[in-house]
Design a protein around this ligand. Structure first.
Ligand code: ADP
Length: 404
């Protein structure tokens, strides 16, 4: 029996999302989420999808979980209760989502002490994300030191961007000294979705040019030429680019000087303002797109303005990336908003006939979990909706690395 299971861990500052997959048929064996780690009100929601526990459905455990170590041990106990324990010889690898790989990590990488130290050294570039990723790796290694732990980086897919796209136009020596450049994020999703879009068109990834719009709470666009990323909207950090749930996206950097000099805000206050209190939330007080749409439909003018800004920014990126690619075969929507909001898709594409884009309103209105085309028959450029699956992509990359 060859080991075919992969545990995927996505460790955030106070949460751990996980999935256990069987790579022989890419099926999910169990999924779950630990939230509010370190608080009194921690919650573990676990759902076995196969085996004796599956009939019981989703289970929730409430009560304090002190740290990531305790969280992973609790997850391990839930899995063991379902006959899916992490001590199983069937577990081939643990795949870790790691947000920042800097310029060093452009491929999934088996983690040893040196790799872990390097991921730790990238913390200044991703202070909100990499520390939790490091903790998740340390804990998983302590649970199963004998199997490979694989890091899959959010930045990796974007590492193929040409230097002129990755460079900011600032003093080159300063940029190099402080590792300032465009890295891009959500890369696992952009990789998966651009490949799935090629499959939907019945073509090889190398034969298609795709604009991917990953619209979740965080949001990013990428231009993918022949399967290779050539541009993306997030930058040195996930703050740049599209209007997001709570992030501003593009902004004149002088706004930061102004807030410091005139507003007297500290660097940390500005960081929090732009990352946590801006975007849809800053414009209208809500960051959940469903709520923003509901309020806009009821005539709320700040919600309408927030939606208009969101859509305007999206259109600017579609236009810009059409120019970057020259020929576009498909524009694809993914993640929570992109997969579910027919309204946003319609608004984003409206008026872009000159770029070859037009929707089929009926196809666009259909709700589905399947990859699908929503463009009008006559449109030169396909418009697609492709549900992203970052966990499956992480598992696939990790498994391929440990079995090759
Ligand atoms: P994350 O970046 O946290 O992974 P998701 O990809 O889950 O985010 O996307 C979350 C966003 O998707 C939220 O803004 C939510 O409002 C939005 N969303 C989910 N379902 C719908 C829907 N039916 N219509 C509009 N927006 C939706």
């Amino acid at each position: 029996m060859t080991a075919s299971r992969v545990l995927v861990l996505n460790s955030g500052s106070s949460s751990v999302k996980y999935q256990l997959l069987d790579m022989t048929d890419r099926s999910r064996l169990a999924v779950g989420l630990v939230e509010r780690i370190g608080e009194e009100t921690s919650k573990l929601a676990h759902e076995p999808l196969t085996g004796p526990g599956a009939a019981g459905g989703r289970r929730e455990r409430l009560g304090p979980i002190a740290d990531h170590g305790a969280a992973l041990r609790a997850v391990a106990a839930e899995l063991a209760a379902d006959g899916l324990g992490l001590d199983s010889p069937e577990l081939a690898a643990v795949g870790h989502r790691v947000v920042h790989g800097g310029t060093r990590f452009t491929q999934p990488t088996v983690i040893d002490d040196e790799v872990l130290a390097e991921i730790r050294s990238l913390i200044p570039l991703a202070p909100l994300h990499n520390p939790a990723n490091v903790t998740g790796i340390e804990v998983a290694r302590s649970l199963r030191a004998d199997i490979p732990q694989v890091a899959v980086f959010d930045t990796a897919f974007h590492s193929t961007m040409p230097e002129y796209a990755a460079r900011y136009a600032i003093d080159a020596a300063t940029a190099d000294k402080y590792s300032i450049r465009r890295y891009g994020f959500h890369g696992t999703s952009h990789a998966y979705v651009s490949r799935a879009t090629a499959a939907l068109l019945g073509k090889a990834p190398s034969d298609v040019n795709v604009i991917v719009l990953h619209l979740g709470n965080g949001a990013s666009a990428s231009a993918v030429r022949g399967g290779v990323c050539v541009e993306t909207s997030m930058g040195m950090t996930p703050l740049e680019g599209l209007v997001m749930g709570t992030r501003s996206g593009d902004l004149d950097p002088a706004v930061v000087f102004h807030l410091a000099r005139v507003g007297g805000l500290s660097v940390d206050e500005i960081d929090s303002l732009l990352n946590k209190k801006s975007g849809l939330l800053g414009l209208c007080g809500d960051n959940d797109m469903r709520e923003v749409q509901r309020r806009a439909e009821e005539g709320d003018s700040s919600a309408q303005l927030a939606l208009a800004s969101y859509v305007h920014r999206l259109k600017k990126y579609v236009g810009a990336y059409s120019a970057v690619l020259g020929r576009v075969d498909a524009v694809v929507f993914t993640a929570g908003v992109g997969e579910n909001s027919s309204w946003i898709r319609e608004a984003a594409v409206e008026g872009l006939e000159e770029l070859g884009l037009a929707l089929d309103p009926e196809a666009n209105a259909v709700r589905s979990r399947e990859p699908r085309l929503v463009s009008a028959e006559y449109a030169r450029v396909a418009v697609a909706v492709v549900p992203t699956d970052e966990e499956l992509e992480i598992a696939t990359q990790a498994y391929a690395l440990v079995t090759r």
